[in-house]
Design a protein around this ligand. Structure first.
Ligand code: TXA
Ligand code: MG
Length: 553
């Protein structure tokens, strides 16, 4: 079949809109953009057209389609006994990512509703698509435009991949704003029931409806023979070819879990903050850990892109279920066939950084005295250079034999190779980044300490700061630092100054960390007392945040 491509930017392109609408009127198949995902549309009252939708998608016949209309004014045409709440919801959220299940009228064919006496109604927030529907003059039955079982399409190219040659036309209306499908609410039961979480948060529905129950299929795998109320929820949708494991729990905790559990060929779906911690793996960024809007936009792309790679398994970080997080986590969990693990989160990891002489050691000593495990990144790295065979093998394969007869790293030799050669230096950085965070996460997981102090000058540049529940920059005025270094290392004032100035400034550290501790006290007992007080406050804040986070998991 010849598939026509329509690039339509605005409702003023009347001629193209007319042509696209013509396809629908004649009983053809037309993929259309919506704010959620692309839909594969046909005249929802035309049984033959609807049959062809099922055929093109390879969709099971009992899975009903949603009817798309240009305004709430069309509801009465196709639905019986429309409750007042439907109009309240429409007024507040239409056009938008909300589908309402209502009693159907006789003229809506059972083929469209998968044999049900109810019908899903939705008014999409996409002006071009509404104009096409209005011009066609028919309600448009449109499931997501993907081949059945694949992730939904959030741009026209993805539709081309699945549907080219199988349908009459594709309207390219740009990337989808929301990225996950509409929220489905069943208004034929009391209280109304959420059948599928989507682009409209459950919290918004509750504001209007009060009590809303949630179908079990939203959060759990259905037992054999058990039926979700939205028939489509029973299928293992959105599944990439490689098996997926979803890791729930606080974002930093799940990142630490991933570091210690993924195998060599694994792909990862992670929040942006952690993307740098997985060199050597195919990484898909899901958006910032708090940016659920971005996560919704990217979740299907994440699942889609791995199919063209050779990954053997996929691990995904998962947001909490507040707001759009319910839809994002539902799509990820469905892709995983509900294979989920909860990352343990019983430690507080504090990253401590700062320049030489700023007084980092005092802070670390106080933490250690209070029972914290201190991980000195430099020391761990040097230990690994001696004993971690995988790291040693990676260095050998990248730079040749850089170890001396005793087995120790020949620093000079490695230095000669990498300094002055940007590409090699980056390679070394990548290797360190591949092995060090993993080893640190392993030690964190193995420890029973409730607090861990991560000591690293390059805490922020290395991406390790992302693993910490909080980061603290320790700073002190230059003259204080000079005095400290002169005393500690027995060097001249000029040399001490030169060393300080060769490093990043206090301002650089404090801008990037969550907290700043000024360690400029004259006596060490005064310093310790003040640092203890600051740490107490910082710990109280972290505990509160964690507690709050757990409530929305
Ligand atoms: O955002 C969306 O809703 C997208 C765009 C294209 O509008 N459409 C979409 O359609 O996601 P589809 O067919 O992929 O998913 C519709 C879901 C299925 O799970 C189906 O079982 C359920 O809605 N559904 C449709 N009519 C229903 C009904 N009368 N009762 C219960 N569930 C229904
Ligand atoms: Mg679908």
């Amino acid at each position: 079949m010849n598939t026509q491509w329509f690039q339509i930017e605005s409702v003023d392109e009347k001629e193209k809109i007319g042509k696209a609408a013509g396809i629908l009127r004649r009983g053809g198949l037309l993929a259309v953009p919506t704010e959620t995902v692309y839909g594969l549309g046909a005249d929802g009252l035309n049984e033959e057209a609807v049959r062809r939708i099922f055929e093109a998608k390879g969709r099971p016949q009992d899975n009903p389609l949603i009817l798309h209309i240009p305004s709430a004014g069309w509801l009465e045409r196709y639905c019986e006994d429309v409750p007042e709440t439907a109009y309240l919801l429409a007024e507040r959220f239409w056009p938008g990512p909300l589908t309402m299940i209502l009693k159907k009228k006789e003229l809506v064919p059972l083929r469209t509703t998968g044999g049900l006496q109810t019908v899903g109604m939705r008014c999409p927030d996409h002006a071009v698509t509404r104009a096409i529907i209005e011009c066609a003059g028919v309600p448009v039955a449109a499931p997501s435009a993907n081949t059945s079982g694949r992730p939904s399409c959030t741009n026209a190219e993805a539709v081309r991949e699945d549907m080219w040659g199988k349908i009459d036309g594709i309207v390219d209306g740009g990337a989808c704003e929301v990225g996950v499908e509409s929220t489905i609410i069943d208004l034929t039961v009391t209280p109304p029931q959420l059948l599928r979480p989507g682009g409209l948060p459950l919290e918004s529905l509750r504001e209007v409806l009060g009590a809303v129950s949630v179908d079990r299929a939203v959060t759990q795998k259905m037992a054999d023979g058990e039926k979700p109320r939205a028939p489509g929820m029973k299928y293992r949708h959105y599944a990439p070819r490689a098996p997926v494991t979803v890791v729930t729990g606080e974002a930093r905790a799940s990142a630490r879990y991933l570091l210690t559990h993924i195998g060599a060929g694994a792909g990862v779906i992670v929040f942006d903050e952690f993307a740098g911690l997985f060199p050597g793996h195919i990484v898909h960024r899901l958006g910032g850990m708090h940016d659920k809007k971005a996560q919704a936009q990217r979740v299907f792309d994440a699942l889609r892109t791995f199919d063209s790679t050779g990954v053997t398994e996929i691990f995904a970080q998962c947001p909490d279920t507040g707001g759009l997080g319910l839809a994002v986590s539902n799509r990820l969990k469905k892709a995983a066939g509900f294979r989920c693990v909860e990352a343990p989160d019983d430690t507080i990891v504090v990253g401590i950084t700062g320049g030489t002489g700023a007084g980092k050691t005092t802070v670390l000593e106080i933490l250690e005295k209070n029972g914290a495990l201190i991980l000195d990144c430099d020391a761990v790295y040097h230990e690994m250079l001696r004993s971690d065979e995988a790291l040693r093998a990676a260095l050998r394969s990248a730079f040749g034999d850089v170890f001396d007869e005793s087995g120790a790293l020949d620093r000079q030799k490695l230095g000669n190779i990498v300094f002055g050669d940007r590409e090699k230096l980056r390679r070394l950085d990548d290797i360190v980044h591949e092995f060090l965070p993993r080893e640190l996460a392993r030690r964190m997981a193995a420890s029973s300490a409730s607090t861990i102090g991560l000591d690293a000058i390059k805490l922020m540049e290395s991406g390790l700061g992302a693993l910490c529940d909080t980061t603290i920059a320790v700073a002190a005025p230059e003259e204080v630092r000079v005095r400290r270094i002169m005393k500690r290392d027995g060097i001249s004032e000029d040399y001490a100054l030169a060393r300080i100035r060769a490093q990043k400034s206090d301002g650089w550290f404090s801008e990037r960390c969550d907290h700043l501790i000024m360690n400029d006290y004259a006596t060490s007992s005064e310093a310790k007392e003040n640092i203890r007080k600051r740490l107490n406050i910082i710990f109280m804040q972290i505990k509160e945040t964690k507690q709050h986070g757990k409530q929305t998991q």
